[in-house]
Design a binder for this molecule. Structure first.
Ligand SMILES: O=C(O)CCC(=O)C(=O)O
Length: 322
């Protein structure tokens, strides 16, 4: 499936587009099954350490981690890190990062030379009533332009948000403010994200999504997600891709090619090679390298066009020599 001209126009004009039925169960289920096994392993490990009283073998994927977190709030807050792609690194997850259907869609936005950025997450958004203090599973308003280092500032980066279950307003689906990317401003604020006083004018749009849908976002589109008011987990992935040769803004960690029409052999398909790159990088940089500078308030940011435009066709005129 390719993005239609209308979808591309919506992306350019509004800074987002949702593609329904982009992925099939067989694209997503291997990731879900891999995480299901991982959570089971984690349950046994924490049970062995005496942190939790049960392993919750009878609980479904949508509930199990929440049951564990209900017993120990530490798990509630720590789960973000231990389920993250960079720490867990499963084979099915790696295969999904290179998913053909996804790559085919992205080609319309990014062109034919695409890399996968190491700024990539699997999220288990846990029910909000399990946290007593600050809810670490609420994503404050931000632009993805705020999460990378300076060298990526002028470059276009595509965020790809993929629900692994139905995302609804009740369980904290993503919310965005469309059209703001056109202002070419990063709404820097005190602390992470966009503070209330710096919030750009514009209507907030909740983006409920079915499993199988994909949301593409411009890195200047403000987004966030509220609390999960249900008792099930909202599982999702947020990934980033960009044109080969552009800095990811997290250069301490590995990026890799997922599409190269000029040099197909450069595409990384070897899970162990990816895993090794991460292990080596994490040894050297157990903590990510952050920005060195941060404007104190909203600041203009020029970002290159998303893909090099094709030179427009010259229509032959009468009398032209052929
Ligand atoms: O999935 C969420 O709730 C937040 C995702 C997010 O912050 C992002 O994609 O940058």
């Amino acid at each position: 499936m390719k993005l239609s001209a209308q979808q591309l126009e919506q992306f350019d004009e509004e800074g987002y587009v949702v593609v329904e039925d982009a992925l099939r169960h067989e694209d997503l289920d291997p990731v879900i099954e891999e995480y299901d096994r991982y959570v089971a392993e984690k349950a046994r490990e924490l049970h062995g350490e005496g942190r939790i009283a049960h392993v919750y073998d009878d609980e479904p994927f949508e509930r199990r981690l929440a049951c564990m977190a209900e017993e120990d709030e530490e798990i509630y807050h720590a789960s973000d890190a231990f389920i993250d792609i960079m720490h867990f690194r499963g084979k099915a997850t790696f295969d999904f990062l290179c998913n053909e259907r996804l790559v085919q869609l992205m080609e319309g936005i990014l062109g034919s030379e695409i890399i996968c950025s190491p700024i990539q997450h699997v999220r288990a958004k846990l029910p909000s009533d399990l946290a007593s203090g600050k809810n670490s599973h609420v994503a404050p308003w931000h632009q993805d332009a705020q999460v990378h280092t300076e060298e990526a500032d002028p470059h276009f980066i595509l965020t790809v948000w993929v629900p692994l279950c139905e995302a609804t307003p009740e369980n904290g689906c993503l919310q965005i403010i469309p059209g703001v990317h056109k202002r070419e401003v990063v709404f820097w604020s005190e602390g992470f994200g966009i503070s209330e006083k710096n919030m750009p004018a514009g209507g907030v749009l909740p983006v409920p999504m079915k499993k199988g849908s994909v949301l593409f976002l411009d890195k200047l589109t403000p987004h966030g997600s509220g609390p999960n008011e249900t008792d099930c987990i909202r599982w999702s992935m947020d990934l980033r891709y960009q044109q080969a040769g552009t800095p990811t803004g997290r250069s301490c960690y590995p990026d890799f090619a997922v599409l190269s029409r000029s040099n197909p052999a450069s595409v990384l398909t070897d899970f162990s090679a990816w895993d090794r790159l991460w292990r080596e990088a994490l040894k050297e940089y157990p903590q990510k390298v952050g920005r060195k500078t941060r404007p104190e308030g909203p600041a203009p940011q020029k970002v290159e066009p998303r893909v090099e435009r094709q030179p427009s066709l010259t229509i032959p005129q009468e009398g032209d020599v052929r």
